[in-house]
Design a protein around this ligand. Structure first.
Ligand code: DCP
Ligand code: MG
Length: 384
């Protein structure tokens, strides 16, 4: 692995993968206030505006101390804080509030769209479409989709169908999301995330011995509670592992379904080799976005949990882990950094050099950063 010159970490860096960002930052209440405005832009489909708020938020997340009057002129040295953001921060420092955020919070359209957006399968576009039909509350949504609250709709499973983005498939997902909304709105504490991982790996060992996993996502960034469980899986054998993980995703989901653990499969992919030009390492990852009924074999009332299973060949395992650890902004800037500064392509299924498509196979997470010419950032500092 050739290493180019390494950029130093700094809270003033333009790429968030160079700015260590803790889960909870010194200016957390400011971040949450600006995040209301960001969410509103997102819900209204104003993606460019949303992205500039996301960037501003991630810059503030890396700022090392509480912003007071005295720090204000310092902020001019930070990237992505334009005049508008600057005056918002000024307002917040003075009053502890941002008026625009408070106005948004009180807005009934924002409240409806926010509520709709919490449903798995409903994004901003669909939320606005439903609002335009005159729907305002989740109860009205349930009536519209003829969903019986609390009923699990397990018969709506389309287990192991290669998912399509047809209107019917989207509607099916929304119906499941609505039916399970009370369970799925509960976040998952760390010990339970770990237990789900153990159970998955236990079941997997009956199909293929020698596999290993890393729990990625927000859990890995240190979140005490997660919205879902993201598990990245590979085989421990560097030489032969690639063949051993092939097709495992489908087999595992099948088995978990037979055990009564997986009740719904929202999306399953990565089984076709669409692109003849791809080497086998570049197959997109096999993944299944599922719902578990949890815990199984127990007299406790079961709850539904969202669990994502991602399979990677050993050569791209750590790349996949980095790609699935997040945050979304950290990932965005990893891709951007690779492309703009290194002439490389990074995503969760692999790293390559653009001019000759040379592939990189990092053996550790540190190697992923090394290949990209980056200082290693601890997972708990990737909350950009
Ligand atoms: N990710 C990705 N490609 C996807 C989905 C996610 O690369 N299609 C990455 C970016 C995310 C990470 O995986 O940071 C996990 O995504 P989640 O939506 O699960 O978000 P988090 O795990 O960060 O938080 P939580 O699950 O608690 O909402
Ligand atoms: Mg997650």
């Amino acid at each position: 692995i050739e290493v180019t010159e390494v950029e130093l970490l700094s809270h003033k860096a333009r790429y968030s993968c160079l700015r260590p960002s803790p889960l909870v930052c010194p200016n957390q209440s400011l971040v949450e206030e600006i995040n209301i405005i960001r969410r509103s832009r997102h819900l209204e489909g104003e993606e460019r505006s949303m992205l500039s708020y996301s960037r501003a938020i991630s810059v503030i997340k890396a700022y090392p101390r509480i912003i007071t009057q005295r720090d204000l002129h310092d902020l001019h040295e930070l990237p992505f804080l334009g005049e508008k953001l600057y005056s918002m921060i000024q307002e917040f420092v003075k009053t502890g509030r941002i008026a625009e955020a408070q106005t948004i919070l009180a807005d009934s359209r924002f409240q409806s769209l926010s509520a709709f957006d919490t449903i798995y399968g409903i994004g901003p576009h669909t939320a606005r479409r439903l609002y335009d039909l005159g729907l305002r509350t989740l109860e009205e949504l349930e009536q519209y989709y003829e969903v019986i609250p609390g009923a699990s709709n397990e018969e709506t499973i389309s287990l192991l169908e290669e998912s399509t983005n047809t209107e019917a498939a989207v509607e099916k997902t929304i119906k499941i999301g609505l039916a399970l909304r009370h369970d799925l709105s509960h976040t998952i504490p760390r010990p339970e995330v770990e237990e789900i991982n153990r159970t998955v790996m236990q079941e997997l060992s009956h199909i293929q011995k020698g596999c290993k996993s890393v729990i990625a996502g927000g859990y890995r960034r240190g979140k005490p509670q997660s919205n879902d469980v993201d598990i990245v899986i590979t085989h421990a054998d560097w030489e032969l592992g690639s063949q051993k993980v092939k097709g495992l995703c489908k087999k595992l989901v099948q088995r978990l379904h037979e055990q009564g653990l997986v009740t719904h499969v929202m999306h399953i992919s990565g089984f076709h080799e669409h692109n003849a030009l791809r080497t086998h390492h570049w197959d997109s990852l096999e993944k299944a976005l599922t719902v578990f009924a949890w815990p199984h074999n127990s007299s406790w009332p079961r709850v539904y949990r969202r669990v994502d299973l991602i399979f990677a060949a050993p050569e791209v395992f750590w790349t996949a882990v980095v790609g699935w650890t997040g945050s979304t902004m950290f990932e965005r800037d990893l891709r951007l950094w690779a492309k703009q500064q290194k002439g490389m392509k990074f995503d969760s299924s692999g790293i390559s050099r653009r001019h000759d498509s040379k592939l990189y196979y990092p053996r550790t997470e540190r190697d992923v950063f090394k290949v990209l010419g980056l200082v290693h950032v601890h997972p708990t500092m990737r909350n950009a």
